[in-house]
Design a protein around this ligand. Structure first.
Ligand SMILES: Cc1ncc(COP(=O)(O)OP(=O)(O)O)c(N)n1
Ligand SMILES: Cc1ncsc1CCOP(=O)(O)O
Ligand SMILES: [Mg+2]
Length: 207
């Protein structure tokens, strides 16, 4: 894979079966064809799969990304990284510490959620490949999401870290995606803007 992290973050699609009202593999295929630049397998929340069913879906989605040469990132689940030969892992502030993740996977993409200055102060930014900043806007997709922090959070992060790869997350739509990039993010990460889109090709193109 020869992409830079900033290119990978451009149109970063996140999804699990709980986000899909039809076959997740079909949705991912359409999103890949439409031009997403990375995918995160996030099987989490009400109605999500577990155990073998989760692994099997992961294998299916991993294969789609492999064929299209799109980076495949696993959310939270350390064990799945090797089982699915993922390109990376995304963790949050309450997940396995970044120091351990980096030790386990010295050569994989590691992403960390950072939602505010307090979290930033305790985050080993030098150990991660990118930061997921948000929720920028209100979202109903993640029930335990923190309060929306607004575009200002992206502006602040960019001012402090001129070179750090940053992706915005939370409530990002085809209408507000430009404002996230204009505030200094390298890309947008979305769930419902793609999974709930009546026309995935159009949604990804607009993003
Ligand atoms: C790109 C990106 N940014 C942030 C998150 C949120 O991670 P986290 O805070 O650990 O919450 P969960 O997704 O695990 O519920 C993310 N997944 N991806
Ligand atoms: C996983 C996650 N982390 C912070 S907000 C969020 C959900 C994003 O979903 P949507 O793009 O539908 O608002
Ligand atoms: Mg997490």
């Amino acid at each position: 894979m020869s992409f830079s992290i900033k290119q990978i973050l451009r149109k970063y699609f996140i999804m699990g079966s709980q986000n899909c009202n039809r076959n997740p593999a079909e949705i991912l295929e359409e999103a890949v064809k439409a031009g997403i630049t990375a995918f995160q397998f996030r099987e989490k929340g009400d109605g999500c799969l577990a155990g073998e069913a989760k692994l099997n879906l992961g294998k299916q989605l991993r294969a789609i990304c492999q064929r299209a040469d799109i980076p495949f990132i696993v959310n939270d689940d350390i064990e799945l990284v090797d089982l699915l030969d993922a390109d990376g892992i995304h963790v949050g502030q309450d997940d396995i510490p970044v120091e351990s993740v980096r030790k386990l996977f010295p050569n994989k993409i590691v992403g960390l959620s950072v939602s505010n200055a307090k979290e930033l102060a305790i985050s080993p930014i030098d150990l991660v490949d990118y930061v997921g900043a948000g929720p920028i806007f209100d979202t109903t997709t993640k029930l335990d999401a923190k309060e929306a922090v607004g575009l200002e959070w992206i502006t602040n992060l960019r001012r402090e870290f001129t070179k750090l790869p940053i992706v915005g997350i939370g409530g990002i739509t085809t209408e507000n995606a430009t404002s996230v990039i204009e505030s200094g993010a390298d890309g947008v990460s979305v769930i419902s803007a793609i999974t709930a889109a009546p026309d995935i090709k159009r949604a990804v193109t607009l993003l």
